[in-house]
Write a protein that binds this ligand. Structure first.
Ligand code: ATP
Ligand code: MG
Length: 357
């Protein structure tokens, strides 16, 4: 990208950040933060979709997620890390945007359906659960973001956001019905139509070898894991193959072995990777154990500088200062958008300011 864009993305404080976050989104954030105006949200209101009964855990995890992001290389001098619950414009826009979306459209979102199933919520989810997808449209549009670095699972949410932005611009800003997405701002629309910036690895599988690596599923490798814990977790990955035996020629397909995604993503030596893949496919004398060892070493090498950087943020007060500064910046940016959106939609009457003590 040649011009300075606004970037918004974030994480839910449902636990510590993991290597899926790194490959799916955080690595991209670190790359973008020097060139672009970046806002990284801690979605603590959305955490209540599954953790309303654990306020203290959510509160603690806000600080943990911020600390992990800083450990991974997010620079507070360049990017604003902020708390969703302290930015009032986000909730206000959620209400307004909820009016622009048919209920059935919200419920058709495939990621929402997946989450309800994987998180075992059946019919017992709160009214707020589907509402969080609308909230996410507000999180993004409040910054009038152009681009959203996310994992694959977030693409349907982004599509919903794009629909809201188009509808708002057409309904309240006079943008013509068939206007191309790229021209909305130019034609007087308040909101750019944002694009999803999916990382090279859109969906890292978890250590259960099946589901997406997810904080809520306990199939994660965290930044805070010790080298020993990483080895242990990798050692336990269920690959569906017998790790002690040489593999059978003609039967083994590395693509079916989740370990090979880890090999591809975390081991940098291309020659070594293709050698292992060849030997594995041929059923040569290689078992999962050897691959696991390589993968564990590579992940530990990735995490080592993060563990080191994390030490500078051990004190909660230091992290809270980062969050306070980032949240103040986020409030300023979103109040401007909110005022514009209220004026356009007929809900604005009096100017206001928001400040923290
Ligand atoms: P939860 O289980 O609470 O939903 P999570 O582990 O899915 O937590 P989120 O906070 O929902 O994490 O996701 C934050 C960002 O990280 C999103 O952009 C998401 O797409 C990305 N992400 C999360 N897990 C992965 C993964 N396994 N692979 C790639 N990207 C991921
Ligand atoms: Mg998630």
């Amino acid at each position: 990208m040649s011009t300075r864009h606004r970037i918004l993305t974030g994480d839910t404080p449902t636990g510590n950040l993991h290597i899926g976050h790194w490959v799916g989104s955080v690595k991209r954030r670190v790359e973008l933060q020097s060139e672009h105006e970046c806002y990284f949200l801690i979605a603590n209101l959305h955490a209540y979709t599954t953790r309303a009964d654990k306020p203290h855990d959510v509160h603690r995890d806000c600080i943990e997620v911020a600390r992990d992001a800083l450990a991974m290389g997010v620079d507070p001098e360049k990017a604003a890390i902020f708390l969703q619950s302290e930015v009032p414009a986000l909730s206000e826009l959620t209400y307004l945007f909820a009016m622009l979306l048919p209920f059935n459209r919200v419920m058709r979102n495939p990621t929402l359906k997946d989450e309800l199933q994987v998180k075992g919520l059946a019919d017992n989810y709160s009214f707020g659960f589907p509402l969080y997808t609308v909230g996410q449209t507000a999180d993004i549009l409040a910054f009038r973001a152009h681009s959203v670095p996310v994992g694959e699972d977030q693409v349907p949410h982004l599509e919903l956001t794009r629909e809201v932005a188009r509808r708002f611009n057409k309904m309240y800003c006079g943008v013509a019905d068939k206007a191309p997405d790229e021209e909305h701002e130019q034609l007087g629309g308040i909101f750019p139509i944002p694009v999803a910036d999916v990382g090279k690895v859109g969906r890292l599988v978890g250590t259960d070898g099946q589901n997406k690596m997810s904080k809520s599923l306990g199939n994660t490798i965290h930044v805070i894991d010790t080298p020993k814990q990483v080895k242990k977790k990798i050692g336990k990955i269920y690959t569906g193959q017998d790790s002690r035996q040489p593999t059978d020629p003609g039967i083994i397909d590395p693509e079916k072995n989740p370990l090979f995604q880890y090999l591809d993503v975390f081991v940098n030596d291309e020659d070594m990777k293709s050698d292992i893949r060849d030997r594995y496919e041929r059923g040569d004398n290689i078992g999962d154990g050897e691959v696991k060892m390589l993968v564990a070493d590579a992940i530990n090498e990735l995490l080592e500088p993060m563990r080191e950087r994390r030490k500078a943020y051990e004190d909660d007060a230091v992290v809270l200062n980062v969050l306070r500064a980032g949240t103040a910046k986020a409030v300023e940016a979103t109040e401007t958008t909110l005022a514009m959106a209220k004026n356009a939609s007929g809900t604005g009457f009096f100017p206001r300011t928001v400040s923290f003590c």
